[in-house]
Design a protein around this ligand. Sequence first.
Ligand SMILES: [Zn+2]
Length: 251
Amino acid sequence: MDKILQGVRRFHRDIFQAQRPLFEKLVHAQSPRALFITCSDSRINPNLITQTEPGDLFVVRNAGNIVPAHGSASGGESATIEYAVAVLKVKHVILCGHTQCGAMKALMHSEKARDLPAVRGWFAHAETTRRLITENFGSLTPEEQVPLAIRQNVLVQLDNLRTHPSVAVALSRRELQVHGWIYKLETGEVLAFDPELGQFRSVLEDEVPTEPNAPAASTSPLPPGSNGSHLADYVGAHSSGLFAGGQSDGQ
Ligand SMILES: [Zn+2]
């Protein structure tokens, strides 16, 4: 606890004072750039990996970056999503899973959650993920299934997200884009789901300079996100895409 308290004092003394104009501005209002939904895992720091400031990200965190479908739970996730989209009018929702996710490991190894009734209940909102992986990749070991489950779960939870009325309305008006991400603990890289390709791709690929005469399809940057229109079609129909985008490097 000493480390945390020392950090609080250091923040107030060094950081808050140095960035006082930013913090004073944030006293009066917030206008976040995105709603960022991710896992509670301590190894993920949304502001750090996106190099954003206080006020930039409205954040929802829980075990497994899960979004209960509309009407299936009355927890804080639904209220937070509704407030971010309908009141704060965020333009983007980023749903970010991550490699080595303990929640996804427990989802695919049900015995790990045997004595955790609250966790088991929570995983009901990820049952579609578990079923898609066990039924489509049943020949793989649970260890091999986990990296696929991490990716599949991002897509399943994006579909759940779209069942929320505030999200559906904003998508229909093209006022909102949803993005599926995987943060790789091993490399610090972010993979983003490209609905046109049906695959996750590194966002670092966007930095590759365009060849003057190269075909557009091979050089155009990754779309900044999806309006969600392809995601429902994706789940279960393009499972091969789960293998692409660096899956082999030890998720
Ligand atoms: Zn996790």
